[in-house]
Design a protein around this ligand. Structure first.
Ligand SMILES: [Zn+2]
Length: 279
């Protein structure tokens, strides 16, 4: 299956302090974070990796909860939603056949309602934590109204074949070029999605890390961003261990695998610049 990948920001958030959150700029004012979403053109239709925030969130910000609105200060511009960006690329909403979710937090699942015909692929443990409550999660973490339309879920087992030392399962039927990689910690069933792009892999690691600095030789994270990360941990030990595995993957196999996360704006900008057609 040939894949063409678009990088979309499906929701800018503006928490306080560029210095504390972005690690550069002034301590006062507003930072910038993104919701990095992938849109893939596959032979049998479009595939989204995460959905960011959606049109219903823009129309009624209270859907996202007052705490999130206060902390994250999302811009909620309808033009940033995955739905509007799919249409701007000349596609119809119904062309999106599959949505692969790294996890079901509100800033990743907000756009689900905008694609009622798409199958929604998640790790079975994430479904148990967010939808059926068979696994305990922090009260109020998940917003069930974001999937109250009853999407067609496709659930995946905890682990499978080896992929650079990680476990992986094929995420679209038997397609060997799209893999779900369990990366628990941020949530119980958090995953990354690996996509083969020519002779390289692109791994969308969701919220397994927050800043590209965390995958560098001398890892670090801006103070405020580190606080957000710890506050969101479902299982800190697993998150820390998986983040270190991603760092080793980046340092050892950076020539074969490009790793991105959901919220680093500089990583997102670099992906957009790399994919911009040269004039
Ligand atoms: Zn997130």
């Amino acid at each position: 299956m040939a894949l063409r990948v678009h990088h979309l920001n499906a929701g800018t958030t503006c928490p306080v302090s560029p210095l504390l959150v972005n690690g550069r700029g002034w301590p006062f004012g507003r930072a910038r974070l993104v919701c990095h979403v992938l849109l893939m053109e596959a032979e049998d239709g479009l595939v989204l990796v995460d959905t960011g925030m959606g049109l219903k969130d823009c129309a009624d910000p209270n859907r996202l909860g007052p705490g999130f609105i206060k902390r994250a200060a999302p811009r909620l511009d309808p033009a940033e939603t995955a739905a509007r960006q799919v249409e701007a690329l000349g596609y119809k909403i119904g062309d999106v056949r599959h949505i692969l979710l790294t996890h079901l937090d509100r800033d990743h699942a907000g756009g689900l309602a905008d694609f009622p015909g798409a199958k929604v692929h998640v790790h079975a443990l994430e479904h148990k934590a967010a939808v059926t409550h068979e696994i305990a999660a922090r009260p109020g973490r998940y917003l069930e109204r974001q999937w109250s339309d009853g999407p067609t879920w496709v659930l995946y087992p905890p682990e499978g074949d080896d992929w650079f030392g990680f476990k992986s399962v094929r995420a679209l039927g038997n397609n060997p070029d799209v893999l779900m990689i369990p990366l628990a910690g941020h949530t119980s069933g958090h995953v990354g999605i690996a996509v083969r792009d020519g002779d390289r892999w692109l791994l969308h690691a969701g919220d397994a890390y927050y800043s590209s600095r965390q995958l560098s030789r001398r890892p670090g994270v801006p103070l405020g961003l580190g606080w957000f990360q710890r506050a969101a941990d479902a299982d800190r030990a697993s998150r820390v261990a998986n983040q270190e595995r991603l760092r080793q993957l980046n340092l050892g196999h950076g020539g074969e695998v490009s790793i991105i996360c959901s919220h680093d704006p500089y990583e997102f900008d670099a992906c957009c610049a790399a994919h911009r057609p040269r004039s």
